[in-house]
Design a protein around this ligand. Sequence first.
Ligand code: GAR
Length: 196
Amino acid sequence: MKNIVILISGGGSNMAAIVKTAKRDGWHDKLGARVAAVISNKATAQGLVFAQEHGIATEVLDHKTFASREAFDAALSQAIDCFDEPGQPALVVLAGFMRILSPGFVARYAGRLLNIHPSLLPAFPGLHTHQRAIDAGCRLAGATVHQVTAELDHGPILAQAAVPVLPGDTHDTLAARVLTQEHLIYAQAIAQLLQK
Ligand code: GAR
């Protein structure tokens, strides 16, 4: 069984979409994969409730209680690696996980560490992507699923979805339109990767 470990910091709607798609599409039987755990760096992350209600193991690792980024990442690695199975290392899925990861962490999970970013990369890496797209006068915005590499919000692109930026859009209206697409493309990209 291939275990998927999802890292969140907040609402967890992408995580919930992945869990629902995995169930609907029978990933367990068809792809030999399951969402095994959800780990949050915030105890208040709403997504933890959804995960618990769906019988998924949850863990909170509060980054503020660690002396350094490296110490936090080491503890995170330990928690993730519990879900490796013989010959089947876990797939690590960042879903609104708002932490910069150390180079050592990224190297350890090379090729099996995915992220979703709310812009059409390589445009608008970093924060405030929707407002920046509006301010730049973009006619299209969107989201990108990519492999994580050492450079923030870079790495091979696995999937993208574009949505229009409409007159009068605010950060919130655009974010909601993009999020709907995120929920589709993240699960699709994971399923494609699991089929390889
Ligand atoms: C999503 O829009 C995701 O793309 C973004 O945070 C939101 C999390 O929502 N991620 C980043 O900005 C990472 N740089 P969710 O918790 O409801 O899935």
